[in-house]
Design a protein around this ligand. Structure first.
Ligand SMILES: Cc1ncc(COP(=O)(O)O)c(C=O)c1O
Length: 385
């Protein structure tokens, strides 16, 4: 369809294209100088003592849990409102993801749910900053300290987000970001571990490239040597210079892209606030969101159609949207393997029936946002009960 408004389009300009071409002409495609430069610039931007680039959030999460020594039978607390990767990395160790329900307003994990889920086997908590809004980190870190648990922030949505004035990536000792194609910094695929834990940084650096002891990527450079030693059976999780060249330019635009999304979010909020059949996202006053997503909830009691039908109707009029997320406890594998019961997840069960993520990206444009708003208002009027 002509003029179809896509749910997402990466914001790629000639600058990114030129930087990638520069890499292609350089003779160095995999991890190399641009990856190191990106790690350095990201570290400075976030203000973290260590940044370790990887080829996805999932790889980063896996490396973190490996470095923390997660073992078979251990438990890790994970919110159900997330992409399955958050739980999947726990399963790699034959450990158990303990899937918990979320807050009805923010859809983030709650300190109360964490407290209830802790057992003697609990080793870590993975708070997910849903849609970009940070979790209640002070309370979560306090619980972790009292119970001697690790916290790994899933910041796949939270670049850039702040919590009580601090950038996500500096709030707790371990955070991981994603640079997947739809994320706020898009490198196609990619991720970054940010940590104040020197040992964790060192271990994840070694394990991301086959467990080779020191600067494995340098072995083909002039200053490197053909000789290397493997100290552990590692993984192939490195970023490449092709992705890093994209990421470098995206990083330099990250605030500008955030501002563009924040402006669009303001238009949505302003123009949808009087629609009594729509619930808008609420951001707590002591934190800021990246606006990676703009999730609305339909008030189904007032509508003659359900959420899936609403999405189909939007598609018919040229508007692409998405749903974040189908809760983890509803996925066949998790439900069956860990014997999960929908009755234990009333908040996410309810939210999942109603959620729609609207398009929000820098090159969307205010007029497209207005088209989306018109579409929503027309449909809620047409299908009002
Ligand atoms: C909350 C969350 N965590 C983790 C991931 C996994 O990220 P990646 O695709 O970089 O592995 C995603 C990706 O969509 C996500 O949304």
């Amino acid at each position: 369809m002509k003029n179809f408004i896509q749910f997402h389009r990466p914001f790629i300009s000639e600058e990114e294209i030129n930087e990638v071409v520069d890499t292609l002409r350089s003779g160095w495609l995999s991890m190399g100088p641009k990856t190191i430069q990106f790690e350095q610039e990201f570290k400075e931007y976030i203000g973290t003592p260590n940044s370790v680039s990887v080829n996805s959030w999932t790889a980063g999460g896996h490396l973190i849990l490996e470095a923390l020594g997660l073992k078979e039978g251990d438990e890790v607390i994970v919110p159900t409102m997330t992409f399955p990767a958050t739980a999947e990395i726990v399963c790699y160790f034959k450990a158990k993801p303990v899937i918990v329900d979320v807050d009805p307003v923010t859809l983030n994990i709650t300190p109360e749910a964490i407290l209830k889920a802790i057992t003697p086997k609990t080793k870590a908590i993975i708070p997910v900053h849903y849609a970009g809004q940070p979790c209640d980190m002070d309370e979560i870190l306090e619980i972790a300290k009292a119970k001697n648990l690790h916290v790994i922030e899933d910041a796949a949505h939270a670049l850039p987000s702040t919590y009580k004035g601090k950038k996500i990536g500096t709030v707790s000792p371990i955070t991981c970001f994603s640079f997947y194609a739809t994320k706020t910094l898009a490198a196609g695929e990619g991720g970054m571990i940010c940590t104040s834990d020197e040992l964790l940084a060192e271990r994840t650096k070694i394990m991301r490239l086959h467990g080779i002891n020191r600067d494995a990527w340098k072995r083909y450079t002039e200053e490197g040597s053909w000789y290397y030693e493997v100290v552990a059976p590692g993984f192939k999780y490195n970023l490449t210079d092709i992705q890093a060249s994209l990421a470098l330019i995206q990083l330099r635009k990250v605030e500008l892209m955030w501002k563009a999304r924040a402006d669009l979010a303001e238009v949505y909020t302003e123009q949808l606030k009087d629609n009594d059949l729509i619930e808008l996202p609420t951001i707590k006053s002591d934190r800021t969101t990246s606006w990676h997503l703009y999730p609305i909830r339909l008030k189904l009691d007032g509508l003659k159609i359900n959420r899936s039908e609403f999405i189909l109707e939007l598609k018919k009029i040229g508007i692409g949207v998405s749903v974040h997320f189908m809760p983890v406890h509803k996925h066949k594998y998790y439900q069956e393997t860990f014997d999960l019961n929908s009755n234990d997840y009333p908040v996410s069960e309810d939210a999942f029936q109603k959620l729609i993520s609207l398009p929000i990206y820098p090159n969307l444009g205010k007029s497209s946002v207005e088209t989306v708003v018109d579409g929503i208002n027309t449909l809620t009027k047409k299908y009002r009960r």
